[in-house]
Design a protein around this ligand. Sequence first.
Ligand code: N01
Length: 531
Amino acid sequence: YADPLISERAIDEPRPLKVIYIGAGVSGITAAIVFPRYVPNIELIIYEKNADVGGTWFENRYPGCACDIPAHSYQLSFESKIDWTQFYATQPEILTYWQRVADKYDVRRIMKFNHRCAGARWDENTSKWHITIQKIDSQGNVLDEFEDVGDVFMTATGALNQWKWPDIQGLKDFKGTLAHSANWPVGFDATGKDIAVIGAGSSGIQIVPTLQKKVKHMDHYVRGRTWIAASFGHELVEARNDGQDGNFTYTEEEKEQWRKDPASYVKYRKALECGMQGGYSITHRGTKEHEEAWGHFEQGMRNRLKKKPEVAEHLIPSFPPLCKRLTPGPGYLEALCADNVSVIQTAISHIDETGIITSDGKNRPVDAIVCATGFDTSFQGRFPVIGRNGQNLQDRYRARAETYLSIGTDNFPNYFQSLGPNSGVGNGNLLMIIEAVQDYVGQILRKMATGHVRTIEPKAKAVKNFTDYCDAFFKRTVFSAECGSWYKSSPPWVTDPEERKRGRVSAIWPGSSIHAIKALSAPRWEDFEMT
Ligand code: N01
């Protein structure tokens, strides 16, 4: 009885199950709490390349880094923090929240930090995953390499963590400070400096108002446009906007009231969630809600840019709201109206040792260039994942990222993903989905352990159906309108930026967060192949 599947065990006794999990961000912490609830005897090991938990909130430390989803919503359903400082919490407060959750549930004991995954291979004969792990130093240099073997492999390596420099000639010739929002240089202080900020996505929009107050002068290069509006619970913000341009601080009295009377806290949370979830119809083209929101958002931007109406002309997008991620941008438009900020509409030609040269030949010297230029979201991963018959997941996803409910795909047995293709939410709370995915996979693990399942994978037909459904669904929504957005991806051979704007919507869930949670509430076993 060498095979644990047919050993002498009681019929209902769970079989041993070793799960190798990559990533100790929000997904990894949640999995470490949730999985043992489904399989108490699970052997779970989580490898993390960083020195501690937190993922995106550990890595992103740029000035002004915050979450543009209301803090009281951006937390685990079973770990409410009543005393969030502000409506939109800052990165240090969010990181502290996750570190405290990690402490409370003692999850670090199953995590190995400074350990990077370099590849994974499925062995058909033994039905095991072989994972190559590298022990690394703080600079990423490899100190040691070994193989770990498990029954199940899961990746939660983040949808937005492969940050990229802009493709601008001469960037590396610049002799001043060169910073990327997602890799902020330790100790860099912009006080009193002339700086350039390239990029007006969610990161740039948070950096600009924070640095504007400190710098001598800022050139802000805006190529792609972004809708700025507090779409979630905006009534709450508008009613409370205490001079902080779209954000507000909770008073000690109300925190005390919520502590004393939990029912009043639940009432507040419900109002917040209703505000956030109630606006999903805005994303459907041609609806009354969509048309109304468009007008409302445009007027809102014009009002906030009254001092510089010419900037409004350049900034207000021509594509529909929510096509790319909308942001509340506390203080951003107000910062653009300040005297020490120039919004540069002219395209960047190249960069030299001293600064940026625009296509009109103008030389704009600066002390520092901040690139808030985003991430590679092509789902190509940082390491190869080799499934059945030598099939590489990177190849599988290259032309069309096909999954079943975002959690896995056929020919990759016992392999699951958190924040895989078509898992995100356009403008909503990703944490709800992350929690739902861990619970969903937890149920699969229980089935494997108690049902003595050796291999499980989504049926090819289920994968095709879900992927086809995504494509049909997005046609009806603003997400497929023409705009540059990380929600979309195109195969690498499509290089024309205009054509890429018409790429396939591959990063977000085809429906509202509530729809995702319902779909992920319990596996439909008939959609899986099991042995
Ligand atoms: O990146 P982006 P981001 N020359 O890709 C511009 C999440 N997030 O880091 O659109 C000039 O949105 C580019 O222009 P264009 C959130 O999901 C969340 O800001 O390509 N400009 C664009 O303006 C968000 O959506 C929070 O024309 C160049 C910008 O750089 C996602 O992260 C906070 C250029 C990149 O914008 C990514 O946001 C922050 C060039 N060569 C981020 N190359 C929360 O609060 C690029 N650009 C939860």
